[in-house]
Design a protein around this ligand. Structure first.
Ligand code: ATP
Ligand code: LTN
Length: 336
């Protein structure tokens, strides 16, 4: 068989170092990244440049970036199997960002719902980075010619834009980029807030009761689930209008692998109190190994530094080839 046939598909995904990962980040994205390492060439990044679109305290930001990197490994990303790096350590992302920005229209960026939401949330700082955020995301993906991008449902619109940018570039300059496909889980692609179940669970939510952090201890997790907003029907059944219960059923299903029907019959005749306790205990037990791994990894800063340094070098080696090709395609003068 030729090498081309044997070549594994490439996966790229990223997560912002904006705080401890939530159960939403975990179920919707990060927990799926580990198993993919066995079948694909995986590249995973802590996207600190994206996180800079919101004002941050530099000292806290640096610490949070290292902790996020440790969390990534704690969630099962093996730096020997994947390339795991910090985005700002590889200059290719910023380089390709510029080239792709010149192939992206103001109108299409204006339609991005995340931009609209975030500019409403931070009206005093609607900076250009926030606006061009999806171009940098396209650069992240296209710099490695990724085939697949494992993400939660909220990132689908950004991925669609990355695909459009790739297609447009290819049409204008000749075949260059692989057009990436989204990889969105069937269950748990959008985990909702425990306090406002019509809103997605988000790291940056100010109400801590709305969010399960993957490093929360067992008591905290159980307490947050007990306080989760539900309805007054008190029947564990997935149905329209029961957003709170639907969300808990989805979480329980994602963590146990049980179907909705199996969950409904397991809790037949039982109230919300029993169900919430079961969800809390199951989630806490499921996350316990991540917490242990994280504590161990964070205690060894030298090891982490070795991993992210090597990750950045490996990432650069791959992306720099793509950048050189893109430079030739657009007509930049070669100087080597
Ligand atoms: P922030 O609150 O800082 O905007 P976030 O919690 O939305 O952050 P990101 O770093 O933007 O998280 O997202 C990382 C990955 O987690 C993305 O693939 C995203 O789709 C996924 N994700 C985020 N929130 C959820 C959620 N509630 N349910 C499922 N997947 C999610
Ligand atoms: N925009 C994403 C994070 C992100 C990403 C990426 C995801 C940045 N670059 C590349 C997948 C591929 C977010 O806000 N969740």
């Amino acid at each position: 068989m030729s090498e081309a046939v044997n070549k594994k598909k490439v996966i790229f995904s990223g997560i912002q170092p904006t705080g401890t990962f939530t159960l939403g980040n975990y179920i919707g994205a990060v927990r799926n990244w580990g198993p993919l390492q066995e079948e694909y060439d995986c590249i995973y990044s802590i996207v600190d440049m994206h996180a800079l679109t919101v004002k941050r305290d530099p000292v806290k930001f640096r610490q949070q970036t290292i902790e996020s990197y440790a969390l990534l490994l704690a969630c099962g990303i093996d730096p020997n199997k994947s390339i795991a790096f910090i985005q700002s350590h590889n200059p290719s992302h910023a380089q390709l960002n510029w080239i792709l920005a010149c192939s992206t229209q103001f109108g299409e960026l204006s339609r991005m719902t995340q931009f609209k939401d975030k500019s409403k949330k931070h009206p005093d700082d609607v900076n250009a980075g926030l606006f061009t955020y999806p171009v940098l995301m396209a650069a992240d993906i296209l710099a490695y010619n990724a085939d697949l991008v494992p993400i939660g449902a909220d990132q689908k619109q950004h991925l669609e834009l990355a695909r459009n940018i790739a297609v447009r570039f290819n049409q204008r300059f000749g075949d260059m980029f692989t057009v990436p496909e989204p990889y969105i889980p069937k269950v748990g692609a959008k985990v909702m807030s425990l306090q406002e179940p019509t809103k997605k669970m988000s790291k940056s939510d100010e109400n801590q009761n709305a969010v399960i952090l993957i490093l929360d201890d067992k008591d905290t997790i159980i307490r947050k689930f007990k306080r989760a907003v539900t309805d007054s029907e008190a029947v564990v059944k997935y149905a329209d209008g029961k957003d709170g219960i639907n969300n808990l059923i989805t979480i329980y299903s994602a963590v146990t692998g049980k179907s909705v029907a199996e969950i409904e019959s397991e809790f037949d005749g039982k109230g919300y109190g029993d169900f919430k306790l079961a969800v809390g205990e199951t989630v806490a037990d499921h996350l316990a190994p991540v917490r242990d791994n994280f504590a161990r990894l964070l205690a060894d800063r030298n090891y982490l530094k070795e991993c992210y340094t090597e990750g950045a070098q490996r990432a650069f080696k791959l992306s720099n080839r793509v950048i050189s090709k893109a430079h030739r395609k657009v007509g930049f003068v070669d100087y080597r």
